[in-house]
Design a protein around this ligand. Structure first.
Ligand code: ZN
Length: 145
């Protein structure tokens, strides 16, 4: 029998988290479905000419931007569910430590433990300032030419 990595989460905890992820996925799917129906009912005006469909496309594009966040979140949920299937769920991507159940139940798509998450946020804000000052320096040397 092959040994698979044993999750620190109990079966009960895992199924609770899975249920949560599945219902979130369901909620997003329903939202998309409703949005789609909205467009379809709005655009039923007999024969459609090219102007109408151009307008539809503009509306659709605006809505796509709006739901981009949701769609990214949806992808993240799917990724998380596949992690559960492959028994890699609840492990920090950075340090390989267990992510606590209390953190997971609050945010089931967490991929980092709280320590690594805080660390990466600190680095992000540092990089932001470094990038800013670097590009500022470049701009100055470009204008000096
Ligand atoms: Zn970590």
């Amino acid at each position: 029998m092959s040994v698979r990595p044993k999750s620190h989460l109990s079966d009960k905890q895992l199924s609770e988290l899975k249920d949560k992820l599945l219902s979130e996925a369901e909620r997003i799917r329903t939202n998309f479905q409703l949005k789609k129906q909205e467009y379809e009912s709005n655009s039923v005006t007999g024969s459609k000419d090219e102007v109408d469909s151009a307008n539809d496309n503009i509306l659709l594009a605006a809505d796509m931007r709006f739901s981009n966040r949701e769609s990214l979140y949806y992808k993240k949920i799917m990724k998380t569910l596949s992690k559960i299937e492959s028994h890699q769920y609840g492990i920090c991507d950075e340090c390989g430590e267990n992510i606590t159940f209390s953190r997971l139940i609050a945010r089931p798509t967490s991929e980092m433990c709280i320590l690594c998450k805080e660390e990466s946020e600190r680095e992000e804000s540092q990089n932001f300032f470094e990038r800013r000052s670097k590009s500022l320096g470049r701009e100055m040397s470009v204008s000096a030419h």
